[in-house]
Design a binder for this molecule. Structure first.
Ligand code: AVJ
Length: 317
């Protein structure tokens, strides 16, 4: 159960995404190398980016209710290795009155799993699973004891990076791994006024622009590419039909870039973009509809009043 070698995966993806004749694209999961992770941390501090603070407030409010729902034997799995900041209040509340609590962060990044273990080891028995989300959940459900309920955490609006159809399919796939009574706590960013959403992805300080441009710098570092970052501009736009923010890197001129580590040459037209991220925004109604269709009942919602963000707890029927 091991994830593919990250360097090779990046090279394959870059060659595939940047030699497209149609829309060039890179997957958002490649943002998070060491520099990208640090820039994301900075994004969470921006006044314009209320998402992470709202997520934390909503988690703090839902933690006691989670503990009340999962009073008996429970194991916790998290899709993506939790940063202490987000996961700590959940583990803290759940472990009260227990001798120990087993917590399984699931991630394809070994480095993220290590950080997570350091942060959360004092609160629970941290048992990292280095694999994909579905592999991890399957692994757990096949091995847990009959009296243990499973609580799956999928926080921070990572679901927003999935295409809508893919999100539906994924949440239904998770459901099929679960037993009746198991839980899924999902954090999702909600639709809000367009200007507020646009500012969150195009902040005044330029941190989000740097986060986006870091993908080019990463190709220079890891794949010996020769991107001139000044030839590209960060773009954030609202796609109304898909109800999502899209981030792109727009080439300011016609030019070519060699990417030896990926064995390719990328040719850009003036104004051509690399699509680097989609951040889908939901309504509570749509989330509930997805839950019911996938075979969950809704046990509760915690919506932040200041920045529309929802924690929603689903139970496998
Ligand atoms: C970590 C996927 C929730 O979509 O808001 C922040 C990533 N991208 N600013 C998001 C991100 C640009 C973030 N998620």
């Amino acid at each position: 159960m091991t994830a593919p070698a990250p360097a090779q995966e990046f090279a394959i993806h870059v060659r595939d995404g940047l030699t497209q004749h149609e829309q060039k694209w890179l997957s958002a999961r490649f943002f998070y190398d060491e520099m990208g992770s640090a820039l994301f941390e900075a994004i969470t501090l921006l006044p314009e980016y209320g998402l992470t603070r709202a997520d934390e407030r909503a988690i703090a409010r839902c933690a006691p209710d989670l503990a009340a729902e999962f009073r008996g034997e429970v194991i916790v799995a998290e899709l993506g290795s939790g940063s202490g900041r987000k996961t700590r209040p959940v583990l803290d509340t759940l472990r009260a009155g227990r001798r120990f609590l087993d917590y399984y962060p699931i991630d394809v990044s070994q480095r993220a799993l290590e950080t997570c273990r350091r942060e959360l080891a004092p609160l629970a028995r941290v048992l990292p699973l280095h694999c994909t989300y579905l592999q991890g959940v399957r692994h757990l459900t096949a091995r847990r004891r009959a009296d243990q309920r499973l609580l799956v955490l999928f926080l921070g609006s990572t679901i927003g990076n999935f295409e809508r159809a893919e999100a539906r399919r994924f949440l239904a796939d998770i459901r099929r791994c679960l037993r009746s009574g198991d839980g899924l706590l999902l954090g999702a960013d909600l639709v809000k006024p367009v200007d507020v959403m646009l500012r969150a992805y195009d902040d005044e300080l330029g941190v989000t622009a740097a986060f986006n441009l870091n993908l080019l710098a990463r190709m220079n570092r890891d794949l010996e590419a020769n991107f001139d970052l000044r030839c590209f501009q960060h773009l954030a736009l609202w796609n109304h039909n898909e109800s999502r923010i899209e981030m792109h890197l727009c080439s300011l001129m016609k030019h070519e870039v060699a990417i030896p580590g990926a064995g390719c040459l990328a040719a850009f037209r003036e104004g051509e973009t690399i699509w680097t991220e989609s951040s889908h925004k939901y309504t509570i109604e749509e989330l509930h509809e997805i839950a019911r269709e996938a075979g969950y009942s809704i046990a509760g919602d915690w919506v932040d009043a200041e920045w529309h963000f929802a924690e929603t707890l689903w139970l496998a029927e």
